[in-house]
Design a binder for this molecule. Structure first.
Ligand SMILES: Cc1cc2nc3c(=O)[nH]c(=O)nc-3n(C[C@H](O)[C@H](O)[C@H](O)COP(=O)(O)O)c2cc1C
Length: 473
C-alpha cells in the first residue's frame, strides 16, 4: 500500500469524489450535526472541516473517515469496486493470514514539527468539537488511539478509547470496563504507586483506526496489526516526554501521564453511544495530565463520534467478519455471506442449505458471538445479506413466526445496552436475550416452495453492467 498517513488517505478519498470540504462550521455542536446528517446520506461523504469558527489554533477536523464500505475497503487495501459482501469476505480471508509488522523507529517525523510543553499547554485554544447536544464537554478523542506500554513485558497497546477535554491540561480517558487492556496496564502502574505514561494519537493512517478497534489478544500490538494491514511497519518516533512510540506522521499527539484514580478523578461524560442513546450519566474517570502537545502544520483531528444507527464508525461490519470466520471454524459449510446492520446490532447469515437444521446451527454459533445484538437472521443464498430490503422480503415471505423463531436467554451484551434497566445494571446484569429468525425456505419442502420471480443477483448485475449507463441517464 503506497499510503503513508491520513493526508494521503484524504487525497485518495478526494480522488474518488467522496470528500466534502466545509468551511466556517462551529466546533460547538455544528461540526457534529453536519457529520451526523452527512453520515445518514447514501453514499455518505467524508468531511474535512476547515477554518473552524472561533479557532485560535489552525486545526482542521476530518470526520466520517471509513463509514462507507468503499472507504473501509480503501483503508484496508481491498478493491473498493467489489460488492460489499465480497469486500467483507476478502477481509475475513486476509485477516487469517496477516503477518504482524513491527513498527520502524525513525529519528524524526512531521508529528514533532511543532511542540508545546509545560505551562504553555492549553487545550482551550484548540477548536475541539462538542459533538452532541447532551455531551458533557468537548471530546478530542472520538477516534483516537491511546498508547500505553505494559510495564512488565514492554508490550505496546494502542486502542481506541474516548478522550474528553476538561481544562487547559487535563483530559479523561474512558475505559468501558476494567478488562480493557488500557485499564489493565494503567492499574499496574498505579498499584506500583506510579502514574501511567500515556500518549493520545489524534489523526493517522486509518489502518491504525481499524487496528485500534480490533479485539487483539494481550501481548499483540495494534501497531504491528496496522503494519500488517499496510504491508510495512508503521514508522514511529520516540515520544520526547514518555518514550512511547508515536506514529511519525500522526497529526496531533498528547503526551503525559494517567494519574492514579485514588489521587484524582474528573466527572467523565455523558457521551452519546453507538446505540443512539446515552448509556450513563457522568462518572468519575481517570485523569491524564497533558505535559506536551506535538502537531504537524495545520493538523487534522480525525473524529468518529458515535451516531444513531445505521450510522456507524466502520462501513464494513468487521465484527460480522469475525462471526463469519467463527462459522467456518465451527465446520459450518456453505456460508455465502455475513453482514451486520443497525451498527452491528443485527446479524444476517446467507447460506446454501444442505441439511435440515443447517441454518439453525449457523444461527446458534452467530448468536453466541453477537455482541449486544438482539437479532440473528438466516437467509438463503439468493438473498444479499447486506441488502436490508432483500432481508425483510425473506423474513416476510419465508419465515413462519410460529415455527421459525427461537429466543435465547442470557446472551452477550454490555452495560451500554439501552434496554437493560438501570436497576439491573446496578446489580451487575449485562446480558440480553437474542432472537433467531430463520428466514430460509423450510428445508424439507424447499423444492416445492414457490419460485422467486425476480432476477438472480448475478443476472441483475449483468443487466446493470450492460444497461446501467442508460438507466442512470
Ligand atoms: C470510534 C470508537 C470509539 C470507541 N470508544 C471506546 C471507549 O471510549 N471506551 C472503550 O472502552 N472502548 C471504546 N471503543 C472500543 C474499543 O476500542 C475496542 O473494543 C478495542 O478492541 C479495545 O481494545 P483493548 O482490548 O486493547 O482494550 C471504541 C471503538 C471505536 C471504533
Amino acid at each position: 500500500m503506497s499510503r503513508r498517513d491520513l493526508r494521503d488517505f484524504i487525497g485518495q478519498v478526494e480522488a474518488s469524489s467522496r470528500l466534502r470540504r466545509i468551511t466556517g462550521a462551529d466546533p460547538y455542536l455544528e461540526v457534529g450535526a453536519i457529520t451526523e446528517v452527512a453520515a445518514g446520506m447514501s453514499p455518505a461523504p467524508a468531511l474535512l472541516f476547515e477554518q473552524l469558527a472561533g479557532a485560535r489554533m489552525p486545526m482542521r477536523v476530518f470526520t466520517n473517515p471509513v463509514n462507507s464500505p468503499e472507504r473501509a475497503a480503501l483503508a484496508l487495501g481491498i478493491d473498493p469496486s467489489l460488492r460489499p459482501v465480497a469486500m467483507l469476505k476478502d477481509w475475513m480471508l486476509r485477516r487469517r493470514t496477516l503477518v504482524p509488522q513491527a513498527p520502524v523507529l525513525v529519528s524524526a517525523g512531521p508529528v514533532l514539527d511543532h511542540s508545546i510543553a509545560g505551562d504553555a499547554v492549553d487545550l482551550g485554544l484548540w477548536p475541539v468539537p462538542t459533538w452532541h447536544r447532551h455531551d458533557g464537554g468537548p471530546y478530542i478523542g472520538s477516534g483516537s488511539l491511546v498508547v500505553m506500554r505494559d510495564p512488565d513485558t514492554g508490550w505496546i497497546n494502542a486502542s481506541i478509547y474516548r478522550v474528553q477535554v476538561h481544562s487547559r491540561n487535563r483530559v479523561t480517558i474512558q475505559f468501558d470496563h476494567l478488562g480493557r487492556h488500557g485499564a489493565i496496564i494503567a492499574r499496574k502502574y498505579w498499584d506500583a504507586g506510579r502514574p501511567c505514561p500515556v500518549a493520545v494519537v489524534n489523526g493517522d493512517d486509518p489502518a491504525l483506526f481499524v487496528a485500534g478497534f480490533e479485539s487483539l489478544p494481550e501481548g499483540v500490538s495494534e501497531f504491528d496489526f496496522a503494519g500488517a494491514i499496510r504491508g510495512s511497519g508503521i514508522e514511529v518516533v520516540n515520544g520526547p516526554v514518555t518514550g512511547l512510540p508515536l506514529p511519525a506522521y500522526a497529526e496531533i499527539v498528547l503526551e503525559g501521564a494517567l494519574l492514579p484514580m485514588t489521587e484524582v478523578t474528573l466527572p467523565e461524560g455523558p457521551f452519546a453511544e453507538f446505540t443512539g442513546y446515552y448509556a450513563a450519566d457522568k462518572r468519575p474517570g481517570p485523569v491524564m495530565e497533558v505535559a506536551a502537545i506535538h502537531y504537524r502544520d495545520e493538523p487534522i483531528l480525525m473524529g468518529s463520534p458515535p451516531l444513531k444507527p445505521p450510522r456507524f464508525h466502520m462501513g464494513l461490519p468487521f465484527r460480522g467478519a469475525g462471526i463469519w470466520a467463527n462459522l467456518e471454524a465451527s465446520g459450518i459449510t456453505d456460508v455465502v455471506g455475513v453482514w451486520q446492520h443497525v451498527s452491528s446490532l443485527m446479524t444476517v447469515i446467507s447460506l446454501r442449505q444442505r441439511y435440515d437444521g443447517h441454518s439453525r446451527r449457523a444461527a446458534l454459533v452467530a448468536a453466541g458471538n453477537a455482541y449486544m445484538g438482539r437479532m440473528i437472521v438466516t437467509v438463503d443464498e439468493d438473498i444479499d445479506p447486506s441488502n436490508m430490503n432483500d432481508v425483510l422480503w425473506a423474513i416476510n415471505t419465508r419465515c413462519e413466526p410460529s415455527e421459525s423463531v427461537e429466543i435465547l436467554r442470557k446472551g452477550w451484551s454490555s452495560s451500554l445496552d439501552p434496554r437493560i434497566p438501570a436497576e439491573d445494571k446496578a446489580r451487575g446484569i449485562t446480558a440480553n436475550s437474542k432472537m433467531i429468525i430463520d428466514a430460509c425456505r423450510p428445508f424439507v419442502w424447499r423444492e416445492a416452495f414457490p419460485q422467486a420471480s425476480a432476477l438472480s443477483i448475478e443476472e441483475a448485475r449483468a443487466i446493470e453492467e450492460r444497461w446501467g449507463r442508460q438507466l442512470e441517464g
